[in-house]
Design a protein. Sequence first.
Length: 349
Amino acid sequence: MGEGKTPLTYAEAGVDIDAGNALVDRIGPAAAATKRPGVMAGLGGFAALFDLKAAGYADPILVAATDGVGTKLKIAMETGQMTGLGVDLVAMCVNDLICQGAEPLFFLDYFATGRLEVDTAAEIIEGIARGCAEAGCALIGGETAEMPGLYRDGEFDLAGFAIGAMERGKALPRDVGPGDVILGLAASGIHSNGYSLVRRVVERTGLGWDAPAPFANDTLGAALLTPTRLYVNATLAALKAGLPLRALAHITGGGLTENLPRVLPEGLGAEIDLDTWTLPPVFTWLMAEAALPEAEMLRTFNCGIGMAVVVPDDAADAAMQVLAEAGQEVTRIGRITEGQGVRYRSSLA
């Protein structure tokens, strides 16, 4: 059977098992550095094990979140700058998880590509490990899929999966009411949403990725690849300090306009004072180059606020202090009001 035919191997079909093994060896130390209480078994097995009791939980509820990095990946592919992508991936997942009041415990990643380039993959996964270490969760497993014919050489996709826990009865949001204060935690930049529009804006300007950024002291590509900020440590510190946080909203695609209502009860809305913070230069540039109306800007980008924290008025000062001590730039940006939706005072201009 098969006489006279040239033998075919998996490698000749485009899948390099040895490269996959080399990647596992390369990323092992980075993953091991994220180990935390509760980890029983991590990389190398068919599945990872985690002991919630060893992590300190008495009556835990599991919470899960999954996300990706979106078309920000295209800029990384075209510039060859991969360093921050792993942090982006972790942040997009764990920032969602904390909004439910859950502590991130462990993380799994999915990296898919047409041809596995060990150095590129390792740079990304080592970034994932850095993000996990900052968020206090363990990188305990994942999947690297080499799929020639589905992705072109140099192309890849990323997905992340975060699992957290909280004690029963501690879920957020809770008890949100009119008069509660909304605190805004500053974003590090665009984060990982809106890049389909960002890329169109750059195309319109005719600028290359290596051109000086009109809004930053860096190249355009590097400035637009600024990693997403992690809010886990600061918000967990506030929760563990016993502060009465009532809601957290991760401001991603949809901006404040779409994300704040996700944590508000029926019949309540929010009033945001746009004069309370300065629109970061990258957003000023995007708004001008795209000729974006203000309402569209506010429902596309985070506009400088990456996380909204809702607290009772009498706890706002204490919450601001704890969040600031944990490294966040905090501003009072508005209040919870009667009525649906988000209303804005003043303007971004």
